[in-house]
Design a protein around this ligand. Sequence first.
Ligand code: PLP
Length: 391
Amino acid sequence: MTQPTNPGFSTRAIHAGQEPDPRTGAVVPAIYQTSTYKQDGVGGMREGYEYSRSANPTRTALEQCIAELEGGAKGFAFSSGLAAEDTVIRSLLHPGDHMIVPTDAYGGTFRLIDKVQKRWGIDYSLAKVSQPDAIRGEIRPGVTKIVWIETPTNPLLGIADIAAIAQIAHEAGALMVVDNTFASPYLQQPLALGADIVVHSTTKYCGGHSDVVGGAVVVSKSVAVREFADAAERIGFHQNSMGAISGPMDSWLVLRGLKTLAVRMEQHCSNAEQVVEYLQGRGDVTHIHYPGLDSHPGHDVAARQMRRFGGMVSFQLEGGEQHAVDAIGRTKIWTLGESLGGVESLIEHPGRMTHASVAGTELEVPADLIRLSTGIEDVRDLIDDLGQALG
Ligand SMILES: *Cc1c(COP(=O)(O)O)cnc(C)c1O
């Protein structure tokens, strides 16, 4: 196919890195379930493939596709979101360096930085991503090397102003890394707003079907901090040295998921909006956390930097923790489980489940909080089921 000069999002999702196979015409990239490659004489590699930790054609297709979807120079696919995050931090920082981390970061991200990276000499400070001045206040000149944000955040759906924070980071000579898992590249493009690196748990919306665990990193075409101009080379070197790569089958599943990302995200957003409207109409819901609401403190920023407001909704209920836990246990279509971003709707209690590990820290979440990952089932059924569960 000759690519149009400026292909739209779904055209890239369906075609980038995925030319039909020249030999057979197969439209879908093969699952190259191979560890090694025949060489034509010693050192005679075909198209650069010698061993599948270093590179595999199915993974290459995914890496090219996700790089194009984020508008970046180079993509890397990993065995999980946390492997992607670990690679970014360890390939770029040195003992003694400092990073800024969101107060409501994904619990696993916080654990990685607090329990693993810190032992190897990487220091961090917490700051609310919704308050750029708080981030500025935590900068240690010459020592802070990464400002790490998520937006929207998990599980409270806080919104960070990506462009404003990128400027703060760059003035301090620090890289701006955005975990774009909640928005997906369809709803939000951090690199275009000034971020240097995007990370994903492709387990979530990119894969989209709750059938794979994976992660990705995309590096900008114009990394703003000179010290990190070679970030893509360093990340690629670390990916191969450490080896937490995405296998061929997992790469293929994420690649297939990406093809329908736009249509799925539209439906996730529409369903979430209707669920929010339903919750607003109930008398016993005390707080709804959804950036699409005018009353959300990050609404204006979200409206500026996101295409729509996403499929994640959190809310609080009258009646306290036990009432919330009981209601969650009564849903029939909303499946009680961790994770998010799949076609099936999920419900969970962050305080006792996804965020149990941050109890007692600054990241602790309200005890009566319920988190919804709105799937793409018929929204009428989702609302009926919430209704019977909440009573
Ligand atoms: C799930 C998640 C991660 C971690 O990804 P894994 O694929 O589970 O390793 C990181 N960030 C966010 C926002 C997530 O939701």
